[in-house]
Write a protein that binds this ligand. Structure first.
Ligand code: SF4
Length: 341
């Protein structure tokens, strides 16, 4: 904590030096090539009511949808056909139940057709047994952000879940040998700089394979939509956080998350130059994107999968960073079931 807090306060030339150091650490441990993970938001159905989220159960989302297995497979086929992404990320709200068997079946079907494509799943808290079933069906990785390391703040924002339960899920996933991703929101209302430092330390403690962090963006359609980001007056904090995250987790895959683009027009490009090494374009079928808005101003909702593939290639070319070949598995050889490092 004592090491991290001063880094979260640097400004001016010291801030530029922090960014340069994070970029050098990223280059040394992850290389220049950028792994691409294409996200398919296959359902906006959710039984939870997280206070910050636009698709929370009690929000009147215009249309609740769940893609059929055939539609998901078609979207994956499009990702594979574009030839840019080595991983497909299947993401949805948290809706445990009958659909869990369907998820196992779709994992199996995708692996049968595209054995070289890595599959990341991100559908929320589940039992260890369910995670094990999905792993056996072909799931390579799992993303589950803890959002904040502060138990009280977590409890205020997540009516249906405790921080301890969320962390237990992450322990279960790691114990099973699933490549595991955690992470948090930067600047939740009520967050202090000490909580932010503790979030960064918790990521280091878990030694995650992947870590996704991004700024909290108030959604006026939610109960905390009127509360500003804790760093609204100092948005450099979002990039300080990415840079420090890289310094304390040199070999983690760290995506330049979409929320950076919602705050700054070139936010993801800046994140890639300040510690991040992964890009996650949206590959959700165009017509569904309007219905998966966790926060306002979410980029790319008018695009289609091919437009996003072209866009990501152009952005990386402008940064002088090649697209990584292969599935982009964990760089921590002892943890991932595979490694391309
Ligand atoms: S953050 Fe996830 S679990 Fe929470 S309400 Fe939104 S979709 Fe549901």
């Amino acid at each position: 904590m004592e090491d991290i807090l001063p880094l979260l306060r640097v400004t001016g030339a010291d801030l530029a030096a922090l960014y340069a150091q994070a970029d050098a650490v990223r280059r040394a441990h992850c290389g220049e090539a950028v792994p691409i993970r294409a996200i398919i938001e296959f359902s906006n159905q959710c039984t939870n009511d997280c206070l910050y989220c636009g698709i929370r159960a009690s929000n009147p989302v215009p249309r609740r949808y769940r893609m059929t297995p055939a539609e998901i497979l078609a979207a994956v086929r499009q990702v594979a056909g574009a030839g840019v992404a080595g991983t497909v990320v299947l993401q949805s709200g948290e809706a445990p139940g009958a659909g869990d068997d369907q998820i196992a079946a779709i994992l199996h079907d995708i692996k049968a057709v595209f054995p070289d494509l890595a599959i990341t799943l991100s559908v929320g808290n589940r039992s260890r047994a369910t995670y094990a079933t999905w792993q056996a069906a072909g799931m390579d990785r799992y993303l589950l952000r803890f959002e904040t390391s502060d138990p009280d703040l977590f409890a205020r924002l997540h009516p249906a879940c405790t921080l301890a339960e969320r962390l237990q899920c992450l322990h279960d996933l790691q114990d099973l040998g699933v490549q595991t991703g955690g992470g948090f929101m930067i600047g939740l209302p009520g967050e202090t700089m000490e909580i932010l430092a503790a979030n960064l330390l918790l990521c280091r403690e878990f030694d995650f394979d992947m870590i996704g962090i991004g700024p909290f963006i108030p959604n006026p359609e939610t109960p905390i939509g009127e509360q500003p980001n804790a760093y609204a007056d100092d948005p450099d904090m979002f990039f300080r956080a990415i840079a420090v995250l890289r310094l304390v987790n040199p070999r983690a895959h760290i995506p330049a998350t979409t929320a950076f683009d919602a705050w700054f027009s070139n936010g993801r490009d800046l994140a890639l130059q300040r510690g991040a090494n992964v890009f996650m374009p949206n590959a959700t079928p165009g017509p569904l994107r309007q219905d998966y808005q966790l926060y306002p101003g979410k980029p790319c909702i008018d695009e289609d999968a091919f437009a996003c593939a072209r866009c990501v290639q152009a952005r990386l070319r402008a940064l002088g960073r090649p697209v990584a070949a292969g599935p982009g598995h964990s760089l921590k050889t002892s943890k991932g079931s595979h490694s391309d490092s």
